[in-house]
Design a protein around this ligand. Structure first.
Ligand SMILES: C[S@@+](CC[C@H](N)C(=O)[O-])C[C@H]1O[C@@H](n2cnc3c(N)ncnc32)[C@H](O)[C@@H]1O
Length: 188
C-alpha cells in the first residue's frame, strides 16, 4: 500500500480533494459503478452539487441506489446520457470534471468510451471549468480502441494554450499496463 500513489484513481482523488470543497460543483463524466460520483458527492457535501453521466442504465440505477444509501442522492443529478452532451445540460461553472475511460468493470466490456465523443466531452468540460478548476482523465489502453483514444486525446491536449491550461501526465514507469492519469488545471 502507498498513501499517495497506490493506484491511478487514488492519485486523481488526491488532486480532486485539494480543489473540490464543501458547497462546490463537480462532474463525473463516466459514472460506471459510482465510485467517483460518491467520492465527489462526499467532497461537495449537502450544500454542493454533482452531475453524473453514463450511457448505461445499469450504471445510473446502481449509483443512484448507492447515493441514496449515503443520503447523497438529493445533491446529485445523474443523466443516462453521453457525456458529450454535458455542455447543454450543465449551465453553471464547475470546480472539477472527472473522466474514467474504457469499459465498466464487471459489466459489458464491449461498451467503451470512444475517441470522438470523449474529445467533445473533454472540450465541453474544459469550458465549464471555473478558473482554478481541474479535470482528471484516467486512461486505459489495454482494450480495443484504447490506444486510439489515448492518441486522439493527447494530440488534442498538447494543443491547448499553455497560458490557459496546465496539462500534466502521471504514469507508472515500473508497472505493466497500469492506467495513467492526465490532470488539467485551468489558469486562475
Ligand atoms: C471505467 S467505467 C467508469 C468507472 C466509474 N467512474 C466508477 O467509479 O466505477 C467507464 C464508463 O463510461 C461509460 N461510458 C461509455 N461511453 C460513454 C459516454 N459517451 N458518456 C458517458 N459515459 C460513457 C461506460 O458505460 C462505463 O460505465
Amino acid at each position: 500500500m502507498f498513501d499517495l500513489f497506490n493506484n491511478t484513481v487514488n492519485i486523481a482523488h488526491n488532486y480532486l480533494k485539494t480543489i473540490v470543497k464543501p458547497g462546490g460543483v463537480a462532474v463525473d463524466a463516466t459514472v460506471g459503478n459510482g465510485n467517483d460520483t460518491l467520492f465527489l458527492a462526499g467532497l461537495v457535501g449537502i450544500h454542493g452539487r454533482v452531475y453524473g453521466f453514463d450511457i448505461q442504465h445499469e450504471a445510473i440505477i446502481k449509483t443512484s441506489e448507492a447515493l441514496a444509501e449515503k443520503g447523497l442522492l438529493d445533491i446529485t443529478m445523474l443523466f443516462e446520457l453521453g457525456h458529450e452532451n454535458m455542455g447543454r445540460v450543465i449551465t453553471e461553472p464547475v470546480d472539477a470534471v472527472v473522466f474514467n475511460l474504457g469499459y465498466l468493470p464487471g459489466g459489458d466490456h464491449s461498451i467503451v468510451t470512444s475517441p470522438q465523443t470523449t474529445l467533445k466531452a473533454v472540450a465541453e468540460g474544459l469550458s465549464l471549468l471555473k478558473a482554478g478548476g481541474i479535470m482528471c482523465i484516467i486512461i486505459y489502453t489495454g482494450h480495443p480502441g484504447g490506444l486510439e483514444e489515448q492518441e486522439c486525446l493527447e494530440s488534442y491536449l498538447e494543443g491547448l494554450n499553455k497560458k490557459n491550461y496546465c496539462v500534466c501526465k502521471i504514469d507508472f514507469l515500473n508497472r505493466n499496463k497500469a492506467p495513467f492519469l492526465i490532470v488539467i488545471e485551468k489558469a486562475c
